[in-house]
Design a protein around this ligand. Structure first.
Ligand code: FE2
Ligand code: FE2
Length: 144
């Protein structure tokens, strides 16, 4: 089966994003625990595991296409001095995810690639929920 190289590119870019998200949420969870904020630490760790699930789904697609998953260089985790600063950084991360998956989805639709379309649409919906959850916590305004 021949695979469109640009679709592979979107899968690879998405994987790099998800691994960065895992790193950021896990690092923030560790930081929150060091602050003694166990509730925030648990929430952030839960987010890291959700993003790991996205990475896993992208890896499954790549492996089925015969490509060994390889996340690119991960950007440094964005930390902060307060819970609000962490959540603002996460709002940025999730907004970037929505933008990335919208573009990836548009490409997969143009290529009439039903599997990639389904995958990108599913993850996009969850990333939009992540943005909405952070908006609900007031993180969006801190970012403006
Ligand atoms: Fe994700
Ligand atoms: Fe997310």
């Amino acid at each position: 089966m021949s695979v469109d190289p640009r679709t592979l590119g979107w899968l690879a870019r998405a994987l790099t994003h998800e691994m960065s998200a895992v790193q950021q949420y896990l690092a923030q969870s560790v930081l929150a625990r060091l602050w003694g904020d166990e509730k925030l630490a648990v929430e952030l760790r839960h987010e890291a595991i959700e993003e790991l699930g996205h990475a896993e789904r992208l890896m499954e697609s790549l492996i089925k296409l015969g490509v060994a998953p390889s996340a690119g260089n991960l950007p440094p985790s964005r930390l902060g001095r307060t819970a609000e600063a962490l959540l603002a950084a996460d709002h940025q991360l999730e907004s970037d995810a929505v933008r990335l998956y919208r573009q990836a989805l548009a490409h997969a639709e143009r290529m009439r690639d039903s599997e990639a379309t389904q995958l990108f649409a599913d993850i996009l919906r969850e990333e939009m929920e992540h943005v909405a959850a952070l908006d609900h916590m007031g993180a969006g305004e801190l970012n403006a």
